[in-house]
Design a protein around this ligand. Sequence first.
Ligand SMILES: Cc1ncc(COP(=O)(O)O)c(C=O)c1O
Length: 408
Amino acid sequence: MDHFTSAHDAVVHLRPDVPLAVNRPHRVRAATRWFLDAFEGDILYAVKANPSPWVLEALWREGVRHFDVASVNECKLVRDMFPTATLAFMHPVKNRTAIARAYHEFGCRIFALDTLEELRKIQEETGGATDLTLMVRLGVSNADASLKLESKFGTHGEEAVLLLRHARAATEEDLGVCFHVGSQCMSPNAWRDALYETSKLIIQAGVTVDVVDVGGGFPAVYPNMAPPPMQSYVDEIHRLFDAMPVTMNCKLWSEPGRALVAEATSIVVKIDLRKGNRLYINDGSYGTLFDATHIKWQFPVRLIRSNTLDQGATCADELLVSKLADFSFFGPTCDSLDCAEGPFRLPEDAAEGDWIEIGMLGAYGVTMKTGFNGYGEVIEVQSSDTPFTSMFPSDQPAGQVVPLYAKG
Ligand SMILES: Cc1ncc(COP(=O)(O)O)c(C=O)c1O
């Protein structure tokens, strides 16, 4: 990856016609460092959030050794890069080939499940292995999450009790419980409620539990979504975990995805046409802007003007002279769904040929892109600048922070 000092600097040099992913490995490392220091347990990075090799490399260099994988291809990706990594197949529904390959070919010993049928599949495809850590996925409330995940996975009540007992009997190694409070969870109370529910089910089942995995869901800062400090999340988890009916040596795990990578990538798009306050840009719902289009999240933006590029105008200079207006974005494909309402606040004279840096797209951004309509090309570069916003301490002087045009 070519290296630049900022998204603006990359545009000056590349003048890209296709979307540009501006990656900041130093911010993945800062977030990881924070989690490893603050969280009193193992961090299993949720690979799906961003499986790019530069992300995995940054995590590994900082000390992450456990990876939450959701498919056999993610098993292979991590195993090829890190032969000694611990793989945890946390998807509760896996096809038989994936289970067999994960166990026999990639050395995965940790499997999630939320049904007796999945338990049987795991037993059959691993040849009756007794060296498994079985993680029972419980259904918990997603009331505090901006992106709810509760309708698809997780077992409840009597079914959960039965599954816990069967899973306990099926392994000589660890039995664990796991859940997901939903992504971009805006309150630590979600973990309080989930851990109360988990304790209740453990007591009803009367089983010994060796691992409590509090899942992902840790937030990043987006416009109109400013979560409380990350420390309040881990404090609440530690407080509740200490009071749980589990073994003395019970392990605590978490599976952050978004929180570790969201701030680490901006996408720079180009305006191909302006129709009133509709900007037709070269990326959209089938590219890296899935969350902006499908779940209508706002993202921080700043304009990079084509007509002042050579004069080296900075975003900070422009802020002083620009009147702002609200815009919506339309992606490059023929599909009408390919539209992000925003609103995105930019200088009112944004024009065809200008670029827009869209921040906070390190999680579920580039990884979501498809080749629909022949689009999908993204140029990846590296930058040493600060992100738009952060939940974590910065390792750069405050003076380098570029002001935002818009808070949404
Ligand atoms: C099982 C599991 N763990 C962890 C994550 C990561 O969640 P987040 O990115 O919200 O931290 C997900 C996301 O869907 C998930 O399904």
